[in-house]
Design a protein around this ligand. Structure first.
Ligand code: C5P
Ligand code: C5P
Ligand code: C5P
Ligand code: ZN
Length: 487
C-alpha cells in the first residue's frame, strides 16, 4: 500500500478525514442526488463498511440550511458529506461550533467565504473556508470541475480508509463513472487527478481506457439509433434522420444485422468498427462538418470490463446516465443498489427510469427549441416553468448550449419552477468562456443573494434557488456580474 494515496496533494487531508471516521461509533452519510453523488456515496459506504464502521446513507436534492438542520436533529455525532458540503460550510460551521455534530467533507464544489462562517469552526485557505477534516481538490490547487469529482474525492478517502485486507482500488470504477457523469472529461479525456484514478482502476482490472467512437449509446443503442441520436457532432443526412442513418449503414456493404435486428456498436468486431467509423468521418468531411468537430467523433472511452457487454453498466457514460435517471427522480435507493452491485430488480427498475429520463431530456430540448432563448447582454436565458423537472433543467441547459438557436459564446441560464414560492436556476458555460474569466459559481451565489436566494457550484456549471418572481432581477444581476468577469 502506498503512503501518499492516488492524489499525493490530498494525502494529509484524506488521512485526517479517515482518522476522524475511524474514531466514530457510527456515521451518517449525506450525499447529492446525481450520478456523481450516488457513486460518491457508494464508494464511501463500501469503504466504511469494509472498515467496520456502521453507516446510514441519506440523499438530498440540495444541501440548504433546512436540510442541514434536519441532519443535526438526528442522533449522529459524526456526519460525512460527499459531493456537497464545502459550499455550505457557512451553515455547517455553525452546527459544528454548537456541538451538534462533527463534520467530515469529501467534496469538489467551491467552499464558502470564510467571512460567512462561524470563526471557531473554520480557517481561511486562500479565501476559501476550510477546517481539519475537509477533503476538497480546490484547496490544493486541483480543479474541482475537471480534475476531481465528488466520487474522486470519496475514492481518495476510501483509499485512506483501507486497511491490510483491502486497498479499495476496485472502487476506482465508480469514481470514473462519477467523473464522467459530472462531464469532467476535457476533450473526451479524464485529466489531472482523474487520470491517476483511471490508472489505479486499470491496474486493479476494473477500468479499461481506449480510443473509440465517442458517441453516446455504444453499448445499448441499435446502430441506426446510435447515429441518428448523435447530435453532439451533427452530420447532415445522418443526425436526426432515421432513414438517412439507416441508408448510410446499409450502404457500407457490411452485415450489420443479427436475426433481422440491428446490432449495437458493442456487438461489432474491430474491423467492422473501423469501416463504420472511417465512413462516418468521410461523410462528415463531404458534408462540410468543420474539422475540429470531426475530431471529436473519436475520443477516449472508459469501459468497466467486469460488467456484461451490451449493458449500460459497461460504459461509464451510459452508466452515469442510468444513475441520473434514478436519483434525480427520487429513487436514489435504486441507483445506490445498482452501484453496490445489486442487479435483477434494481437494474430493471433503473432501466425503466432511464427510458423516462431520456424522454424528459428530449422533451426538454424540444421545449427550448420551440420557446427559444432570450438574449440579455452577456447572458441568454429560458424559463421552463413547470414543463421541466427542476432536477434535470441543468442537464437540459447544458445540452441546449450546443444546439442551433443557442449562442455557444454566452453562458446560458435556465429557470424551472420548484413550487409557488421558489424557482430553481441552473447555469452552464463552456471551456473557452471559463478561460476568458467566467465563473458561474460566483455569478450564481452573488446574483441569487442579491434577490434573496442562494447558489454555488463550479466555474463552468452552477445553480441557485431564488424566490419566485425574482427571475428578471436575477438575470439583470447575472448579466452585470458576467460582464464584469469578461472585462
Ligand atoms: O453537483 P455536481 O458537481 O455533481 O454537478 C456538476 C454539473 O456540472 C453536472 O450537471 C455537469 O453536467 C456540469 N458540468 C458541465 N460541464 C463541465 C463540467 C460539469 O456542464 N465541463
Ligand atoms: O444525463 P447525463 O447528464 O448523464 O447525460 C450525459 C450526456 O449524455 C448528455 O449531455 C447527452 O449528451 C448524452 N445523452 C444522450 N442521450 C440521452 C441521455 C444523455 O445523448 N438520452
Ligand atoms: O442543479 P445544477 O445541475 O444546475 O447544478 C450545477 C452545479 O451547481 C452542481 O454542481 C450543483 O451541485 C451546484 N449547485 C450549488 N448550489 C445550488 C444549486 C446547484 O452548489 N443551490
Ligand atoms: Zn459532483
Amino acid at each position: 500500500m502506498t503512503t501518499t494515496g492516488p492524489v499525493p496533494a490530498l494525502a494529509a487531508r484524506a488521512t485526517a478525514c479517515a482518522d476522524r471516521l475511524r474514531a466514530a461509533d457510527r456515521v451518517l452519510l449525506a450525499s447529492h442526488i446525481d450520478a456523481d453523488g450516488l457513486t460518491s456515496a457508494a464508494v464511501a459506504t463500501t469503504a466504511l463498511s469494509r472498515a467496520d464502521i456502521p453507516v446510514e446513507t441519506v440523499f438530498k436534492k440540495q444541501l440548504d440550511a433546512t436540510e442541514i438542520a434536519s441532519i443535526a436533529a438526528r442522533e449522529y455525532a459524526t456526519v460525512l458529506f460527499t459531493d456537497f458540503g464545502s459550499g455550505q460550510l457557512d451553515v455547517i460551521s455553525e452546527h459544528v461550533a454548537a456541538g451538534d455534530f462533527e463534520a467530515v467533507i469529501a467534496d469538489h464544489h467551491q467552499p464558502s467565504d470564510p467571512a460567512d462562517c462561524h470563526p471557531d469552526a473554520v480557517v481561511d485557505t486562500d479565501g476559501y473556508a476550510d477546517f481539519d477534516t475537509h477533503l476538497n481538490p480546490l484547496l490544493e490547487g486541483i480543479d474541482g470541475a475537471s480534475e476531481l469529482s465528488g466520487a474522486g474525492a470519496a475514492y481518495v478517502l476510501a483509499r485512506a480508509l483501507a486497511d491490510g485486507d483491502t486497498d479499495n482500488r476496485d472502487l476506482a470504477s465508480l469514481a470514473v463513472v462519477g467523473a464522467v457523469g459530472d462531464m469532467q472529461a476535457v476533450g473526451g479525456e479524464l485529466v489531472g487527478a482523474n487520470a491517476g484514478l483511471v490508472e489505479e482502476g486499470v491496474d486493479a482490472g476494473v477500468v479499461e481506457e481506449g480510443t473509440d467512437l465517442s458517441l453516446y449509446g455504444k453499448q445499448t443503442r441499435p446502430l441506426p439509433k446510435l447515429l441518428e441520436y448523435a447530435t453532439e457532432v451533427p452530420i447532415p443526412g445522418i443526425s436526426n434522420d432515421e432513414a438517412g442513418a439507416t441508408r448510410f449503414l446499409e450502404g457500407l456493404g457490411l452485415d450489420l444485422k443479427a436475426d433481422g435486428e440491428w446490432r449495437t456498436w458493442a456487438d461489432l468486431a474491430d474491423d467492422e468498427r473501423q469501416t463504420v467509423a472511417s465512413a462516418l468521418v468521410r461523410r462528415a468531411v463531404e458534408r462540410g462538418v468543420p474539422a475540429d468537430k470531426i475530431e471529436t467523433l473519436v475520443g477516449t472511452t472508459y469501459t468497466l470490463p467486469a460488467e456484461p457487454s451490451g449493458t449500460e453498466l459497461r460504459d461509464a457514460s451510459e452508466f452515469s446516465t442510468l444513475l441520473n435517471a434514478t436519483a434525480r427522480y427520487e429513487r436514489a435507493d435504486v441507483g445506490l443498489a445498482v452501484c453496490l452491485g445489486e442487479r435483477d430488480a434494481p437494474l430493471e427498475r433503473a432501466r425503466r427510469l432511464l427510458a423516462n429520463h431520456r424522454r424528459n431530456l428530449s422533451e426538454g430540448l424540444t421545449l427550448v427549441k420551440e420557446r427559444g432563448v432570450t438574449q440579455a447582454g452577456a447572458v441568454q436565458w429560458f424559463d421552463a416553468g413547470d414543463a421541466v423537472r427542476e432536477t434535470i433543467v441543468g442537464i437540459v441547459a447544458g445540452m441546449a448550449l450546443g444546439t442551433d438557436g443557442v449562442d455557444s459564446e454566452k453562458p446560458i441560464i435556465a429557470f424551472a419552477s420548484k413550487d409557488d414560492a421558489e424557482t430553481k436556476v441552473s447555469a452552464r458555460a463552456t471551456g473557452p468562456l471559463v478561460g476568458r474569466g467566467v465563473d458561474l459559481s460566483a455569478v450564481m451565489r452573488e446574483a441569487a443573494q442579491s434577490v434573496g436566494g442562494d447558489g454555488g457550484g463550479h466555474d463552468i456549471a452552477a445553480g441557485a434557488t431564488v424566490p419566485a418572481g425574482e427571475e428578471d432581477a436575477f438575470v439583470e444581476a447575472a448579466d452585470e456580474i458576467i460582464s464584469d468577469q469578461l472585462s
